[in-house]
Design a protein around this ligand. Structure first.
Ligand SMILES: Nc1ncnc2c1ncn2[C@@H]1O[C@H](COP(=O)(O)OP(=O)(O)OP(=O)(O)O)[C@@H](O)[C@H]1O
Length: 525
């Protein structure tokens, strides 16, 4: 299959500019029926760049590539490499053609500093997505040195070397970063990279420890210590010899902070009702997305606790500030989700002509400059895999609708602009007659789209109105607007007002449910 076609970036086309920069590209491509997330970098002696004429016929001089099933992408993976003719990028396609997202063939592309700061997305021959952007020069760190932690950005490389430096020390580590940036992954990485890896890793959500039970939750209790007390270990004893992960540290009630601080300062713990203090060997890793300094100012967080726990502070940047990690993470989550739902053939063995759908999707999602967090990215990959379950063929999936849905969810105002139609022709979903669709399929589509009527209707290839009619006609399906006040009240109480849970139980659209609850005067967030 590989025909050795190569894109050639001629150094002559690299324009002079003021700043020394490193251009980094994330490549997602599809050689010989396997998909690869690769990472490469090209150093310019001086700034601004132009991608030059594309001349097929050069040979590959990059390193080996690894299949997506092994998500760790090595720095020695696919490289832009220098050869006598210039810079080369293996494209592995017989009709090498670079297109921008408008589908126009790009023969010569000049990128300004501003373009590169924002990030530029190109699709090559409908099967490779290149995300070009600036990054600063860095020392290579083995990308797989911390298993489970993906990404080759500066931030991830720095986190990896910090983890390696402290893994075997008992130094407490405080991990800071917005929600969903991977703090727990890092905490696990610290534990697994060190000598404690075969000992327990105990995670405690500090927000969930009731203030009146702080001591017994953390240090355990002996039988009869208080009414109903049984003899049990607390989190400290459970983590003896291993790591205690104090998650959501900023949410810990003050009483819990005091109890914790006392144990950290004395180095011993005493089970409630016991006379005997115990010395334990516990390594502390804490995580928070809270502004602890502000909390200290407001006297709701204790400064000495912060000082005790921040032997080393690891800062995780949000994904929007390290766009080069997007491709690797998305392809990893997507591949896992497809494997879990038994659909890996749709990606790993996709027909060559349908790979354009994936390339388009990656390009569009990369172009959203992913304002969400890593967890949302994983959720999106899962949603996509579920959505695809109702489509036997990739072309019958509503790719536009899906990306629009993501944009809405992430509150990105601009929808896919008309001029950003995909480089590949995405046929519209084949329209179907509503009566030809079984209730089961409707149920699956609704469930896969989280009961979002538009998304489900698009996936089924029928109109929204037709879907409502089918729901009304089927005894197995229901609409929020048709639920009785009593039914709603009961479910609201049973679910403690948790809207997500109610949607799951009642199997209706969230928006409609919220509307209906408001109608009957139930306050819901
Ligand atoms: N660098 C990464 N490599 C692989 N998976 C990641 C990475 N970062 C985050 N994830 C995945 O994203 C999801 C959220 O990560 P995690 O729970 O560690 O975030 P968090 O910062 O602890 O979130 P929170 O503050 O809400 O507790 C998990 O599924 C995790 O596996």
């Amino acid at each position: 299959m590989f025909d050795g076609q190569t894109l050639n970036f001629r150094p002559a086309a690299l324009r002079q500019a003021q700043h020394r920069q490193v251009l980094t590209s994330t490549l997602i491509f599809h050689p010989d029926l396997s998909m690869v997330g690769a990472y490469s970098q090209l150093t310019a002696s001086q700034g601004s760049w132009a991608l030059s004429r594309l001349e097929p016929g050069f040979h590959l001089s990059g390193g080996a590539v690894r299949p997506l099933a092994d998500p760790y992408v090595s720095r020695s993976g696919l490289n832009l490499s220098k050869c006598s003719g210039g810079w080369q990028l293996d494209c592995r396609n017989s009709s090498t053609q670079v297109t921008d997202l408008n589908g126009h063939t790009v023969d010569y592309l000049q990128l300004s500093d501003a373009d590169l700061s924002d990030g530029v997305v190109l699709t090559l021959s409908g099967r490779i997505v290149v995300l070009l952007h600036y990054a600063s020069p860095k020392e290579p760190v083995a990308v797989d040195s911390v298993p489970g932690l993906l990404g080759g950005s500066d931030n991830m490389s720095q986190v990896r070397s910090l983890i390696s430096n402290v893994a075997d020390l008992k130094l407490p580590v405080l991990i800071r970063g917005e929600s969903g940036t991977g703090k727990e992954v890092v905490a696990n990485g610290i534990h697994n990279a060190g000598q404690r890896r075969n000992k327990p890793f105990v995670s405690v959500n500090m927000a969930c420890i009731p203030r009146e039970l702080a001591s017994s939750e953390l240090f355990g209790s002996v039988k009869g210590a208080f009414t109903g007390a049984s003899s049990r270990d607390g989190s400290f004893q459970q983590a003896d010899g291993g790591t205690l992960f104090l998650d959501e540290l900023g949410e810990a009630p003050l009483e819990v902070q005091t109890t914790l601080l006392r144990a950290l300062e004395t180095g011993v713990v005493q089970a409630v009702g016991s006379e005997k203090p115990r010395q334990l060997d516990v390594r502390f890793v804490a995580a928070t997305d809270a502004n602890l300094e502000k909390l200290i100012g407001a006297e709701s967080f204790k400064l000495p606790l912060l000082q005790r726990l921040s032997g080393l502070v690891i800062e995780l940047l949000p994904l929007r500030e390290r766009p080069e990690d997007f491709g690797v993470l998305f392809s990893h989550f997507l591949c896992n989700a497809l494997i879990e739902t038994g659909q890996e053939h749709k990606l790993l063995h996709a027909e060559a002509d349908s790979f354009g759908y994936w390339a388009w999707l990656f390009a569009r999602c990369a172009q959203l400059n992913w304002p969400g967090n890593v967890r949302q990215l994983r959720h999106t990959a899962n949603q996509l895999a579920l959505g695809l379950m109702t489509c036997h063929r990739l072309e019958s999936f509503d790719w536009y609708g899906f990306v629009e849905g993501i944009a809405n969810e992430l509150q990105i105002k601009d929808e896919v602009p008309a001029e950003h139609k995909p480089a590949v022709e995405l046929p519209k979903v084949a329209r179907r007659k509503p009566r030809d669709i079984e209730d089961d399929e409707i149920m699956q589509a609704l469930s896969a789209s989280d009961w979002q009527i538009k998304m489900a209707a698009d996936a089924l290839g029928i109109s929204r109105a037709a879907l409502y009619l089918r729901i009304d006609a089927s005894p197995a399906l229901q609409r929020a607007s048709k639920l009785s006040e009593g039914e709603l009240q009961k479910c609201f109480e049973q679910c403690d007002g948790d809207l997500e849970l109610m949607v799951e139980r009642l199997q209706v659209s969230k928006q409609a449910l919220r509307r209906r609850l408001n109608e009957i005067g139930v306050d819901c967030p």
